[in-house]
Write a protein that binds this ligand. Structure first.
Ligand code: GUN
Length: 295
């Protein structure tokens, strides 16, 4: 079997078209324009690219977008003041503080200060707690994108054996919680594996759906999966550079061999990655609807 490709870039484009329509309707029927602010501290090149892409996508969809670039030596107090001001700004429905923050800043203090109603990253403990009890407002963006890829690729999640490799707060733990809920697009039996797991392959071989966010290039090989598995590869690892200086990327799954056994698999790049920003836009639209009492 050679796997079907789950093309995140195409699914993301389709969801963005749906959102564009929804945003136009909100403006026409309710005179509401969702607003998203991004906050970037310092000049990390990768973070600049991410924030730029978030701004660009917002504008394309008709979301009001604001960007605050703060110097790398900004104080905790100044950053907290900005968050407080944005919390109170009625034009702003979503606040995104790009991570990682410079080392002298207390990341959790900043994230906890964001009004949970404006926490479109879904990182605030209130939103993670609501997810856990099955009453989510905002799902963290990468896990939300993974669930959409599974649903829209026609993968049966209800009753499936899902194995998640990785227990990070932004991918592993939330995706496990999303898929175990008694809800449409979920209701799976979920196992979380991590660096303390004694026999990783024992678990991964049982998976109907295998979600890998381990942060280790090609950690999952063909002998570790069963025929017909659906594989979601969250990893983005640079494994080299081409002669003309471009980065060579690999996922956490050994794509070339695993694709011969899988029913469907996400490529890297072009799989999970393009979904993340799109889900941020979806959360921002939801925030605007919640603020207006429309959701
Ligand atoms: N840095 C890398 N990914 C993310 C993300 O999803 N949200 C934020 N705020 N920072 C990030």
């Amino acid at each position: 079997m050679t796997a079907e490709l789950i093309k995140g870039a195409e699914v993301a484009r389709q969801i963005r078209e749906e959102l564009k329509q929804e945003i136009a309707d909100l403006k026409e029927k309710h005179n509401i324009v969702p607003g998203l602010v991004t906050v970037l501290v310092g000049a990390d090149p990768a973070s600049q690219v991410y924030v730029g892409a978030k701004e660009k996508t917002s504008k394309e969809l008709g979301i009001y977008s604001e960007r605050h670039d703060l110097p790398g030596d900004v104080t905790q107090e100044e950053l907290m003041k900005l968050v407080d001001r944005l919390n109170k700004d009625p034009r702003i429905n979503g606040i995104l503080v790009q991570l990682p923050l410079p080392r002298h800043l207390k990341e959790s203090e900043v994230l906890y200060a964001i009004n949970p109603k404006k926490d479109v990253d879904g990182f605030h403990p209130v939103n993670l707690g609501k997810l856990m009890i099955g009453e989510p407002d905002y799902l963290p963006c990468t896990p939300a994108g993974i669930q959409q890829l599974l649903i829209r690729s026609g993968t049966r999640i209800d009753g499936a054996e899902v194995v998640v490799v990785g227990r990070s707060n932004i991918v592993g733990k939330p995706i496990a919680n999303i898929l175990l809920q008694k809800a449409p697009g979920a209701n799976a039996t979920v196992t979380i594996c991590h660096t303390g797991t004694r026999d990783l392959a024992f678990h991964t071989r049982r998976a109907d759906i295998l979600i890998v966010a381990a942060g280790k290039a090609k950690a999952i090989t063909a002998d570790m999966v069963k025929e017909g598995v659906v594989v979601i590869d969250v990893g983005v690892n640079q494994i080299g550079t081409t002669a003309d200086g471009k980065r060579i990327l690999a996922g956490d799954v050994d794509f070339d061999t695993v694709k011969e056994k899988a029913k469907a698999i996400t490529p890297v790049p072009g799989g999970v990655g393009p979904m993340t920003i799109t889900m941020l836009m979806m959360n921002t639209v939801k925030a605007a609807k919640l603020a207006a009492g429309l959701a």
